[in-house]
Design a binder for this molecule. Structure first.
Ligand code: ADP
Length: 387
């Protein structure tokens, strides 16, 4: 940076050459390496210079031919100039002083009694004041942005809760129609065991579905209140895979999705809660069946990788768009509501998966090459010593 660039650049706007010489003298008395003075005598040219913004401060004479320094001040502010503008006047007049202050002048100085020291001080104070103002403005902007972000997050959470309530009502209402129909059929078919047995099976399926939804809801509420307790024991992950596969096989059969199970031959010891880990893997498998078209495939595998044991669920299903993959584990998040409505779900399964993984000292990640390209979920759990 050159010396001139480091100096405070001041533009004197004054149509009187003598005044310019006087001001220049005062600037010579000031510290020469701190200030650089330019001069402009024409009102319109001065405004062009103001608009170009090449100066840090402006000294403006009150008398500018047919116009006044107040006109220039007002025009400069209208152009968006925020630099300090100090008005200079021959004789101090209270009304002009007041008008200048209201129009945003940084100071109002009487030329007759002006010394280099007083002028330098007025410039220095105005510039400092401006710097504090800028700093304050920056902080206000920063806080406003932070508040706006917090507000957006709250609005988003609120929206998701509203959507969740609608989904919940829908999901709880859904099984009630077949339940009522079954009861009606049974009443009309008393004595016909085959019809009654079919209706009972339907009742059982629908009630189980409702119980599952309500259990998930209770789990979410326990987790968010920090009330979920794990019953830890040493387990081999192969047992978890067996239990979760057994529980979800009917879903795969119904969805016509082929499930392949691959369990590494070495021990896969973890310390965990058998019920919760089965629930975790069950949710992932359930989703693989739910979000894969008939004829597709899913693979669940368990293996060791260094200090961790991995559970992996991969499918050839609808996949997850990259823009939502980061929020897929958030509670009440569903990628496609129309699809999920027909599939049945509350958007809390993956939230539970993540909470359970984290409570076990592990983590879960999701990946997908995109819509229609399948998904993969990997759960990492700390390996313990062999059982
Ligand atoms: P739910 O399945 O009840 O909607 P989840 O929390 O289990 O809720 O899943 C959240 C969302 O993540 C689902 O609505 C779905 O959009 C997406 N998702 C979960 N698993 C898969 C998967 N295997 N393939 C594609 N999308 C999935």
């Amino acid at each position: 940076m050159s010396d001139a660039a480091k100096k405070t650049r001041v533009l004197l706007i004054d149509d009187d050459r003598d005044d310019y010489h006087l001001t220049r003298e005062m600037f010579r008395e000031m510290s020469a390496d701190l200030y650089h003075l330019d001069w402009e005598s024409d009102f319109d040219k001065a405004l062009i210079a103001v608009e170009e913004g090449g100066h840090d401060a402006y000294l403006v004479d009150y008398r500018l031919g047919a116009k006044t320094g107040l006109d220039l001040l007002t025009a400069a502010r209208e152009l968006g100039c925020e630099s300090p503008i100090i008005l200079l006047t021959g004789h101090s007049q209270y009304e002009i002083d007041q008008a200048a202050a209201e129009a945003g002048a940084a100071d109002y100085l009487e030329k007759e009694n002006l010394s280099a020291i007083a002028l330098e001080r007025a410039l220095r104070y105005s510039l400092l004041h401006k710097r504090y103002e800028n700093e304050l403005e920056r902080k206000v902007k920063e806080r406003t942005a932070a508040l706006a972000a917090a507000n957006d997050a709250l609005r988003d959470a609120d929206r998701r809760k509203d959507e969740f309530l609608a989904t919940l009502a829908h999901e709880l209402r859904n099984p009630l129609t077949p339940i009522r129909t079954s009861v009606e059929i049974m009443r009309l078919s008393l004595g016909n065991n085959t019809v009654i047995e079919n209706s009972l099976r339907m009742l059982d399926r629908q009630v189980r579905h409702m119980v599952r939804l309500i259990d998930d809801l209770l789990d979410v509420s326990r987790i968010t209140r920090g009330k979920l307790r794990l019953e830890l024991e040493s387990i081999d992950l192969a047992e978890i895979v067996d239990a979760a596969v057994e529980a979800t096989e009917p879903f795969f059969a119904k969805a016509k999705v082929t499930l392949t199970v691959i369990i590494a031959p070495e021990p896969l010891p973890v310390r965990g809660d058998r019920v919760r880990l089965t629930q975790l893997l069950g949710n992932l498998l359930n989703n693989a069946a739910k979000y894969t078209e008939p004829g597709g495939t899913a693979t669940v595998s368990a293996e060791r990788a260094g200090d961790v044991c991995l559970l992996r669920v991969r499918d050839t299903g609808v996949g997850i768009p990259s823009e939502v993959i980061g929020s897929i584990f958030d509670l009440f998040t569903q990628v496609d509501h129309t699809l999920n409505r027909s599939q049945g779900g509350l958007g809390i399964g993956l939230g539970l998966v993540q909470s359970i993984a984290v409570m076990h000292g592990g983590r879960v990640t999701a990946s997908s090459a995109g819509t229609g390209l399948g998904s993969e979920f990997v759960v990492e759990l700390p390996k313990t010593t062999n059982i």
